[in-house]
Design a protein around this ligand. Sequence first.
Ligand code: SAM
Length: 470
Amino acid sequence: MRSSASAPWPEIFVRRMKRWLGEEADAFFRALEKRDYGLRLNLKRGDLCAIQAGLPWRTETVPWCPEAVWLKATALSAGPSPGAHPYHTAGAYYIQDPTAMAAAVLLDPRPGEWILDLAAAPGSKATHIGARMQGGGVLVANEVSRGRASVLAMNLERMGITHALVTNATPDALSAQWAGLFDALLVDAPCSGEATFSRDSRALNAWSLDTLRGYAARQLQILNQAALLVRQGGQVLYGTCTFSPEENEGVIARFLGVHPDFELLDLPSLPSMDRGHPEWIGASEELEKAGRFWPHWGPGHGHFYALLRRTGAPEEDLPAVWAEQRIPGRARRLYETTLDQVLRIPPPQKGLILTEDDHCYITPVDPARWQRLPVLRPGWWVASLRHGKIFPDHALAMALTPEDVKTTLRLASDDPRLKRFLDGGSWPDQGPPGYVLVTVDGYPLGWAKRGGGRLRSRYPVHLRRRRALA
Ligand code: SAM
C-alpha cells in the first residue's frame, strides 16, 4: 500500500525510514526524488581535463572519486542527454551514480591483482575497477543473467578494458572451479533498490517486507560463495543500493556469525559517507564499520558498503598473467600480416588464442582454467577469421589511441559524418585503401574501411540497433 503523506513511496517504507532518520527524514524523502547524473571519466582515455573540457554541461567533481564529475538533471541544457553524446559512445565516460563510484575507491584494486566482480552487469563498477587496474592483472566480470552479461561485455568493450573475462555463471559454478583464486571480490548484490525508487518503478512496485527478506537470504547465499572464492588475506567488498538494514548490516552480521575466518574492516573515511547503523536492528556495534551514502548528504542516490577480509596469509602466489599462445601457425601469420597493415604498434601477441568459433582473443588466463565454464568473452576480442581473412574487431578499436594506428579520421562532436558513421553509412573519400580508426576528438568510435573512393563504416550492427533504440 502507498503512503498518502509521502506519495508515492510505500507506507511501511516511509514509517521505517522516519523512525530511523528522525529529523533528517524530510530531507531524505525530498532527496529521494532528485535525479543526479554522475559521469565517471575513463582513466583509459588519457587526459581527463580534456574530456571534461569537451563536455557541453557544467559539472562538479564527485568529492570521493577524483576521476568523476556530476550534475543535476535540472542542469542538463537542450542538446544530447549524457547517454546520447558521442563521448559516451567513445567510452570517454560512463554514466554512473556517484555513490556507486565509491565501490572501486573502497576496493582499491591494484594492477597485477586477480579481481572478481561476482554480480557485474551492466558493468558500471566492473569498468571502473578495470580502468583503475590499468590493464594489469586479471578482472573477471561475472553475470548470472545471459542477456545482462551481453550488455556487460559491450560496456567493457566500449570502455576499452583489455584484461577482463566475462563469465555467465552462477556463483556456485565459479566457486566449484576457482576456490581461493582471487585477491579481491566485489559483491554488488541484487537488492530491493530503495535508492533507485525514483528511477525504477519495478523496484518501487515490488517493494514489501517479504521482498526484502527474500533479497537478504539471496545476498547471504552469494556472500557464502564469495567466501570460497577469495584467497586467505583477500578482501570482499559487499555493496547494495538499498537502505534496509536487513539487507545491509543484517546480512553482514549473519555472514560474520557463520564465517569466523572473516573480519570486518574499517572503511577508509570518504567525504559524505555515514557509518553503518547496527542499532536499527539490534546488531553488534562492530557493524558501525560499514558505510552508508545518503541521497540528502551529497551527490547521488545512496549505497551501502562493508569490507570483509579473509584472515590468514596468502598460501601461495597467484598464477602469473598467461602470456602463451594457442593459435595455429597459418592463422597467426595471417593475423600478424593483417594487423601490421593497420597498426603502428606490434599486433598484440601475449595470450593470443583462436577460439572454436574463429575469434582471436588476448586472454590473461590460461584457457585450461576457464574452458569448463560458461565464458562469454575470454579476454580482449582483437580479430575474427572469416573466409581465410582476418578482420580487426570493434573491441580492438575501442582500446586503441590514434597514435597506435596507421590511419585515423578525427571527427569533431558536431561533424555530420559522425551520425553517418554510427548509422553504418558511407561517404566519398579518396585516401589510400585500408582500415581507418574513426574517432571523436581523438576518442575511438570504431573502424571504417576505405576503398573504391568511399569510406564505409564498420560500426557493429548490434550497436547501431542499440543506439536507434536509445
Ligand atoms: N554491479 C553492477 C553494476 O555496477 O553495474 C550492478 C549489479 S546489480 C545491483 C545485481 C546483479 O546481480 C544483477 O545483474 C542480477 O542479474 C545479479 N543477480 C541476481 N541474482 C543473482 C544471484 N543469485 N547470484 C548472482 N547474481 C545475481
